[in-house]
Design a protein around this ligand. Sequence first.
Ligand SMILES: Cc1ncc(COP(=O)(O)O)c(C=O)c1O
Length: 379
Amino acid sequence: MKFGTKAIHAGVHPDPSTGAIMTPIFQTSTYVQRSPGDHKGFEYSRTHNPTRTQLQDALAALDNGKHGLAFASGMAAIDCIVKLLQPGDEVISTNDLYGGSYRLFTKVYATYGIKFHFVPMHDMTAVQAAVTERTKLIWVETPTNPLLNVIDIAAASAVAKKAGALLVVDNTFATPYLQTPLALGADMVMYSLTKYMAGHSDTVMGAVVVNNDELHERLSFFQNACGGTPGPQDCFLVLRGLKTLHIRMQRHCENGRQVAEYLKAHPKVDKVYWPGFPDHPNHEIAARQMNDFGGMISFVLKGDRKEDAVATLEKFQLFSLAESLGGVESLSGHPATMTHASIPAEQRRTAGLSDSLIRLSVGIEDAEDLIEDLKQAIG
Ligand SMILES: Cc1ncc(COP(=O)(O)O)c(C=O)c1O
């Protein structure tokens, strides 16, 4: 089945009791049993809920995976994955990653005795050099947030396999429309469904997709035992969003290209970060492992002054200044004070994240209007 057909049909079935074509919102906490232990597969909604089950099956199908697990947020999904580790274990993560992931790693799990190494993962020799006999997890985010570096998933998988470690790919920016990490050797694919997957800036949710049955069993144990599960209304919203993922992503990519090219040619713009440019340092990997280059773009104005970036952000009319990304509407952001403020300034600078960097999530409006907005805001 091709991707668009799967986005609409995979994992979901008409409701057996009514024939409703859309998965109903099973707004219930519990399920009546005929006799103790004699039930229809549902006992309590933290453990199983029919709306969530259909979403989990749809998510697994889109990534060509066997099992999907949905969570109340992307952070709850990451939290569940890190719970696979023990004190003394080590994680190698990209040094250019979502600030909330960095915060969870360094402010929560580091205090439980798990050691994190942050390395520039577009250089696989740096990953290999950080491997020790205690390395249990390799954490890849690609394209990275916000510098749009592209990490070679197959190469990271080779390092992970040799080290006996699990490979996780945070696929939030790419979605399975652009890349399917399990096929490239990842053990787990993780999402903030809040972004492109749900696609309408109306819900916060997360997910993990895996192939391995034992890994699925361990993660579902934590999902139920720790309880970071989403409600059925939110699952419904993501299910609805998934049905248009392919056409939204196609438009995000088309608009992304036009915006990136406009910015690159602008005399006041110094650097544009977008993996679709042939001179992007990881373009060759992006072209190999992705189906297109996405709608996330970062840029720096000439002079590299924070005050110029702030003035531009204040002038945007269509690129609303807001946290988050991946919705139908275009958003702008200032990572140094917003999404990445939890990463210390020194660490941000080492990763190449300037305080004047502007991040754009290019929506699916008409590209001409988006370019007009950039024109009036940059001047
Ligand atoms: C790449 C990435 N991963 C994970 C998350 C966390 O997801 P959530 O906000 O849904 O908890 C985000 C949120 O911005 C993100 O951008």
